[in-house]
Every structure is written in C-alpha cells, then in structure tokens.
Write a protein that binds this ligand. Structure first.
Ligand SMILES: Nc1ncnc2c1ncn2[C@@H]1O[C@H](COP(=O)(O)OP(=O)(O)O)[C@@H](O)[C@H]1O
Ligand SMILES: [Mg+2]
Length: 230
C-alpha cells in the first residue's frame, strides 16, 4: 500500500505570525494521495490552499506535522537534498506563470535542467521536445511578453515537466484565463497526466475542472473535507 502512495500528510499545521497576532491557517491536515491520482483542492480565498501547495512542494515548511512525498520525509531533507527534491520530483505551475521575461520560451524551459547540471545542448533538445508536446514547437524563440496568456501557461507547464517529475502541483493554473483557454489548459494537463502517469494536485475555483478529476478536497477552517464534488 505504502509504495502506491505519492503523498502522505499527517496532522499538518501551519501558523503565520501577523501584526494582529498569530494566524492558524492549517490546523491538522491529513491527506493521502495515491500515485497517478488527480486531486482538486478547493476552498474560499484565504483558506490556505496556496500554503498547503507550497508545503507539499517543499517551498515552505510546516509549523508541525509530517509530509512525505514518495516516502521521503520532506522536512528532514536539508539544503541541497531539498533543492534536488524540488527540482526533480515536483513540478510547479502557478496562477501567474512566473516565467522570466528576459528569456525565451526555450530558455525558460531549459532552466530546471541546467540547474540539475545538464549541458546546454541536451537541455535545449529536451526543452524543445517538451515545448512541442504542449503545442508550442513554433514558439521556441518567443519571450513571454510576445505570447498569449494561454501560451505563457503552456510554457510554464513545459517548464514544470521538463525534469520529468512524478508530482505536478498547480495553483489556480486557469485562474487568469478566459473559459475557452482554460478548457485547453485543462485538457493539456489531463493529457500530460495520462502520457506520463503523473500525480496531480490542482487548486482551482473552476468547478468543471475539479469535477473532471478523481477527487475534490475542500479546505475549510484549516482542515480538509473529502470528496465534496465527485
Ligand atoms: N507569509 C505569510 N505571512 C503571513 N500570513 C500569511 C503568509 N502567507 C499566507 N498568509 C495568510 O494565510 C492565509 C492563507 O493564505 P493562502 O494559503 O494564500 O490562501 P488561499 O491560497 O487559499 O487563498 C491568509 O490569511 C494569508 O493572509
Ligand atoms: Mg492561493
């Protein structure tokens, strides 16, 4: 059973110190996600969705509790080991693509491979292949400012997947897009899930998107309620 689990979260708590006092955002999250599962996370603004995604991806640390990804206890990893985990095991897609504006689509997508130590030649070949997979083989030399919102998000998805991570975390990936473009991004994510056997966690306000995944979890009062839609 354990080796089929991608994510194991036990009694995860996260508090922030704010000027008005301490905010207890996550108050005992328990969550098991199987390999290859597609999970939607919903909840009102400020419920803690982004906080949870950052912790699952090792971008932020919990106040208490345990997070394992592929059996690895994230917060016992230090420095380089945590960086390597983030770079290889997890791909992140954000609402605002967070591409580097002065670099081309190809250079943005190559970056995680260069960071992992690969040479420019093979990194560039791999990045071009993944950009073709997301339908942007004809936009390699464009900078983000010369791409549409949907194209920018495709580049961000290619960047998230270029190191072939097993877990894709997407935080409101269609939050900034019109309906037609959102639908294209959702089908792209599902296609990537199917072709790579990805595990996906997607924060969304888009009910049809959530309903099309395997499970929907809602963060409410700092804890998770399961299967609110499916
Ligand atoms: N770095 C931080 N410092 C202080 N408070 C924070 C920080 N990050 C998030 N928060 C607070 O935690 C709560 C949850 O934020 P967030 O996870 O971004 O919610 P969501 O993504 O569901 O809208 C909010 O009240 C937010 O203001
Ligand atoms: Mg958020």
């Amino acid at each position: 059973m354990t080796d089929q689990l991608m994510v194991e979260v036990r009694q995860l708590c996260k508090s922030f110190q704010a000027p008005g006092g301490q905010i207890d955002v996550l108050r005992g999250i328990d969550l098991l996600i199987k390999k290859n599962e597609r999970v939607a996370v919903v909840g009102t603004s400020g419920a803690g969705k982004t906080t949870l995604m950052h912790i699952l991806g090792g971008l932020d640390s919990p106040t208490s509790g345990e997070v394992r990804v592929e059996g690895e206890n994230l917060f016992s990893l230090r420095g380089n080991a945590l960086d390597a985990f983030r770079n290889r095991t997890v791909g992140f897609v954000f609402q605002f693509h967070q591409l580097l504006p002065e670099f081309t689509a190809l250079e943005n997508v190559m970056m995680p491979r260069l960071i992992a130590g690969e040479k420019r030649g093979p990194a560039s070949e791999k990045a071009a292949a993944v950009l073709s997979e997301v339908g942007l083989g004809h936009r390699l030399k464009h900078k983000p400012g010369a791409l549409s919102g949907g194209e920018q998000q495709r580049v961000a998805i290619a960047r998230a997947l270029v190191n072939e991570p097993q877990l894709l975390l997407a935080d409101e990936p269609t939050g900034n897009l019109d309906t037609g473009t959102s639908d294209e991004i959702v089908s792209l994510l599902n296609r990537m899930h199917d072709s790579r056997g990805l595990t996906m966690v997607i924060v969304t306000h888009n009910i049809p998107l959530a309903a099309g995944l395997d499970r929907t979890l809602k963060i409410e009062d700092g804890v998770l309620a399961g299967d609110v839609l499916n």
